[in-house]
Design a protein around this ligand. Structure first.
Ligand code: NAD
Length: 315
């Protein structure tokens, strides 16, 4: 199998590339390092089954021209702006890096008759559903961030290209993904700030924001297993864990792992961390669980493993 991984120098992409190479796939990575890192892919460079292109995927013509002779069997489309807060300051970031990259991938597939697509979507497309358990077939989606809007628009384009071109498409709506190589987000931020000052911690919101966190290797495992053979049409799955972790609980786990006691938490107040943030959500996971897959780490365990990794990083 010959796979194209867009965004393969990023956090999740790097783990996926590693798994695909281990499974003897040939892997082509396209990334322009807007958020990914050269060091993430350095380790693959001597592998004869690995190839890398530094291209801005938004540039549809250049992207399609460069890859037209690559004989790709499956595209794993992970490239996007993963920094929702950054995108919140400038809508063109998500228009270009999250939506236009999807258009380019679909054009590459249409022009070259590539049939298999995996797309990394997100819980952000559901918007703020308060305490409702969200299922894949929930209607009237109202994303509240540009990022969520661009992913929802991507899903719509993917659906139309799938039916117009007889594609086999799998969409996973990820929750928060964490683990080794994580570069931003609340767990990264708390760990780094507490290493600098172990007396107090400023927490955005009131600390009750509660989300499921999945360990990246659990995610990559289910991506690999479910994409070995993708059925015709579009299959959508919520992917996640049954448990969830509040922001205050994250702070507690970070303090426990760093060995700090009596840290004073200062809450900025309100029940959201920042505009565009969905403070609470929980998935209905019946569909993915019916395939026999269940994550091996709970949300709290994923947080703890991630803190163990971050605390060892150089400052
Ligand atoms: N990490 C999460 O919690 C999470 C949750 C839900 C969905 N997702 C989705 O999973 C995918 C991977 O996320 P991640 O956490 O690994 O993010 P990441 O930022 O680490 O990886 C994304 C990669 O895409 C690349 N990229 C972005 N725009 C590009 C462009 N125009 N041309 C070429 N490369 C470009 C970046 O350089 C980066 O390496 C993304 O689509 C993200 O939206 C992630």
């Amino acid at each position: 199998m010959r796979a194209l991984v867009t965004g393969g120098a990023g956090f999740i992409g790097t783990h996926l590339v590693e798994r695909l190479l281990k499974e003897k796939y040939e892997v082509i990575v396209v990334d322009n390092f807007t958020l990914g890192h050269k060091e993430n892919v350095e380790k693959f460079k001597d592998n004869k089954k690995y190839k890398f292109y530094n291209i801005n995927i938004e540039d549809t013509e250049k992207f399609c021209e460069t890859l037209k002779d690559e004989k790709i069997d499956i595209v794993y489309h992970l490239a996007a702006n993963s920094d929702i807060q950054k995108g919140g300051k400038n809508p063109s970031v998500d228009l270009n890096d999250t939506f236009m990259t999807t258009v380019s991938v679909l054009e590459l597939m249409r022009r070259n008759d590539i049939k298999n697509l995996f797309f990394s979507s997100t819980s952000a497309i559901y918007g703020d559903r308060h305490n409702t358990l969200v299922s894949e077939d929930m209607g009237l989606l109202q994303p509240i961030s540009y990022y969520g809007g661009a992913k929802y628009a991507s899903e719509s384009f993917i659906s139309s290209y799938t039916f117009m071109n007889d594609l086999n498409t799998m969409i996973f709506r990820f929750p928060n993904v964490i683990g080794p190589n994580l570069t931003h987000g609340v767990i990264y931020d708390f760990t780094k700030r507490l290493q600098e000052n172990n007396k107090e911690l400023r927490i955005l919101g009131d600390g009750t924001q509660t989300k499921p966190y999945i360990y990246v290797l659990d995610l990559v495992d289910v991506i690999f297993k479910m994409t070995k053979k993708i059925p015709k049409g579009v299959e959508i799955y919520n992917i996640g864990v049954d448990s969830a972790t509040s922001v205050t609980r994250i702070a507690d786990i970070v303090c426990e792992e760093l060995g700090y006691k009596n840290v004073k938490y200062e809450y900025t107040g309100g029940n959201v961390g920042w505009k565009g943030d969905v403070p609470k959500f929980q998935y209905n996971l019946d569909k993915i669980h019916s395939t026999g897959w269940v994550a091996t780490h709970t949300s709290d365990e994923a947080v703890r493993e991630t803190v163990k990794y971050i605390k060892k990083l150089k400052k």
